[in-house]
Design a protein around this ligand. Structure first.
Ligand SMILES: Nc1ncnc2c1ncn2[C@@H]1O[C@H](COP(=O)(O)OP(=O)(O)O)[C@@H](O)[C@H]1O
Ligand SMILES: [Mg+2]
Length: 248
């Protein structure tokens, strides 16, 4: 199977950082998978994602998406990937429609195209009645769902989401996860970070656990549970590999 993402020996130390954020990280994501990038706080998940979408440049190593270099081919990649950042990336004093129209125009879509595409996604993510409301009137869960729509208007074949279900209510979370599964069934590759193991166990074909900027272990959730001593769920596997000490 082709690799959608190949990360090799990636290193990054931020200016003023006392230890590397990424310390020789290796990660592979196969095309068509839902892959969970898991790790404790500070493990390097967001740094990895920011390098993949060209926002942060690595010190060394390589990261490619569909064979294209994430550092030198950012513009080509931007059309192929959808990125949902950890922070809400929409204009809060504009309505959802106004945000989508603006984002669509950046991708060269006509207003009509944006409207058609956004409409389907709004219905699917339960926001069709709220499209004319300003984002600052939305709840946390609604903002997250709108943020996902914004990243999909150009119909990317790979979507990368950083903690898409963090801090949202149970209903929004279920809707987001169902949506991601459905999107994946349309042949799209999905990479997402989470610190919720139960959720990752439920939706991921494969997970990769990283810690202190390094690859620790990867595999299908059930396979990892079976192959790790005394583990009944993915959370046990996670604690087995990353320990019990608290990360701040
Ligand atoms: N912009 C930054 N400047 C300095 N240090 C950073 C920056 N972003 C992240 N770090 C540090 O890099 C490490 C990895 O962070 P991050 O990639 O955000 O981890 P995660 O998303 O897994 O919580 C942490 O020690 C964090 O404090
Ligand atoms: Mg993060």
């Amino acid at each position: 199977m082709t690799h959608a993402i190949e990360i090799k020996n990636l290193r990054k130390t931020y200016k003023g950082g006392w230890s590397p954020a990424l310390d020789g990280l290796d990660v592979h994501v196969r095309e068509g998978q839902i892959m969970g990038l898991l790790g404790p706080n500070g493990a390097g998940k967001s740094t990895t994602i920011n390098i993949l979408c060209g926002l942060v440049s690595p010190d060394s190593g390589s990261a490619t998406i569909f064979g294209k270099d994430c550092v030198t081919e950012t513009l080509t990649l931007r059309k192929m990937i959808g990125v949902v950042p950890q922070q809400i990336a929409m204009f809060s004093n504009l309505t959802a429609w106004e945000n989508f129209r603006y984002i669509g125009s950046l991708y060269g879509l006509s207003d009509k195209q944006t409207k058609e595409r956004a409409h389907d996604l709004l219905v699917r993510l339960g926001l069709d009645k709220h499209a004319d409301k300003r984002i600052n009137r939305y709840s946390g869960g609604m903002k997250r769902r709108a943020n996902i729509i914004a990243s999909l208007l150009h119909q990317p074949s790979l979507i990368i989401l950083d903690e898409p279900t963090a801090g949202v209510d149970v209903q929004s979370r279920a809707m987001i996860l169902d949506f991601l599964k459905e999107y994946n069934q349309q042949g799209k590759t999905i990479v997402y970070t989470s610190h919720l193991m139960e959720e990752a166990e439920q939706i991921c074909d494969e997970v990769v656990i990283i810690d202190e900027g390094k690859f620790i272990v990867s595999g299908a959730p059930l396979e990892l549970i079976k192959n790790t001593t005394d583990c009944k769920k993915l959370e046990d596997v996670f604690l087995h590999y990353t320990g019990h000490s608290v990360r701040d």
